[in-house]
Design a protein around this ligand. Structure first.
Ligand code: AMP
Length: 297
């Protein structure tokens, strides 16, 4: 399968050249920009949301365009090749595309980059805006935002495909025919239909962002629960300790009182005897005295 990524900043001529390459090599042309504009025309919710971003010169979220491309790949399962125009635009999209193609037993054959200066780009975009009426081609702020998005998010793909030895730059200035010829030469020198290709795809991230988010939420929940538990245990322990202290105090006072009572009770009879003895010994002389007194009278 011949799978080409046509690469370059907005206004580089990717759409025009893709249409020609599609015809010559019998490919299916997949342009995420065209698909999104189709959504806008149909008035779908996706289209309405995408329009808000597109009119500001911002990229549409990765997951949306990846899903769109996946749907197209499924719809065209008998295709002999694809040309990806305006996709991928981020590393995440490039990795997803590699995975999608790998799952189908294929991969990217080459990335053809149209080289062009920023001044040339702006002139071309403004001209296209006048001819086709694209709203995002008519405002200088939006155009410059799109170029900034390209530089920060899309240009790093050069390294991604260079590492795979699939990145080829083509001079994007000159007539449409001249540029097309350069592109065809590149296709034919880097693609041999008779040669079996070996493809690879980056592994899926060990932990998907959604799973990661879920795990983080669970972690926080656990921490909160643990904190609450320690608080209640602390409260409980405090109360328990208080109660125990009270009970122990009560018991000990009861015990000590009892013990003391017992002790005194044990000691009491001896004292009584002593006191009785004392009393009798004290009373005896009185009686005697009384007796003595009586006898005196
Ligand atoms: P294009 O027709 O390729 O210039 O795309 C027009 C606009 O559609 C871009 O400025 C983005 O807002 C949006 N768009 C197209 N393709 C993508 C993509 N692969 N990823 C994110 N946004 C995209």
């Amino acid at each position: 399968m011949l799978n080409i990524v046509i690469f370059g900043p907005p206004g580089a001529g990717k759409g025009t050249q893709s249409a020609r390459l599609t015809e010559k090599y019998h490919l299916i042309h997949l342009s995420t920009g065209d698909i999104l504009r189709g959504e806008i025309e149909s008035g779908s919710i996706l289209g309405q949301e995408a329009k808000l971003l597109m009119d500001q010169g911002l990229l549409v979220p990765d997951e949306i365009v990846i899903t769109m491309i996946n749907n197209k790949l499924v719809q065209n399962s008998n295709a002999t090749g694809f040309i990806f125009d305006g996709f991928p635009r981020t590393i995440h999209q490039a990795e997803a595309l590699d995975r999608l193609l790998y799952a189908k037993g294929t991969g990217i054959s080459m990335t053809l980059a149209l080289d062009i200066s920023n001044e040339e780009l702006i002139q071309r975009i403004i001209k296209r805006g006048e001819e086709l009426g694209r709203t995002d081609d008519q405002d200088l702020d939006t155009i410059s935002k799109r170029i900034t998005e390209y530089t920060s998010k899309t240009a790093p793909l050069k390294e991604y495909y260079s590492k795979q030895k699939k990145f080829f730059a083509i001079r994007g200035v000159g007539s449409i025919d001249e540029i097309f010829n350069s592109l065809c030469m590149a296709v034919e020198s880097h693609y041999n239909p008779g040669q079996k290709q070996v493809y690879s795809a980056p592994p899926l991230p060990a932990v998907l962002p959604s799973v990661l988010a879920e795990k983080q939420v669970k972690k926080v929940e656990k921490k909160v629960a643990a904190k609450a538990a320690t608080k209640t245990t602390k409260k409980l322990t405090k109360n328990v300790v208080k109660n125990v202290i009270k009970k122990v105090a009560k018991k000990t006072t009861k015990k000590t009182v009892k013990k003391a009572a017992k002790k005194t009770a044990k000691k009491l009879p001896a004292k009584k005897v002593i006191s009785k003895k004392k009393n009798t010994s004290k009373k005896a002389p009185k009686k005697k005295a009384a007796g003595k007194k009586k006898t005196r009278r």
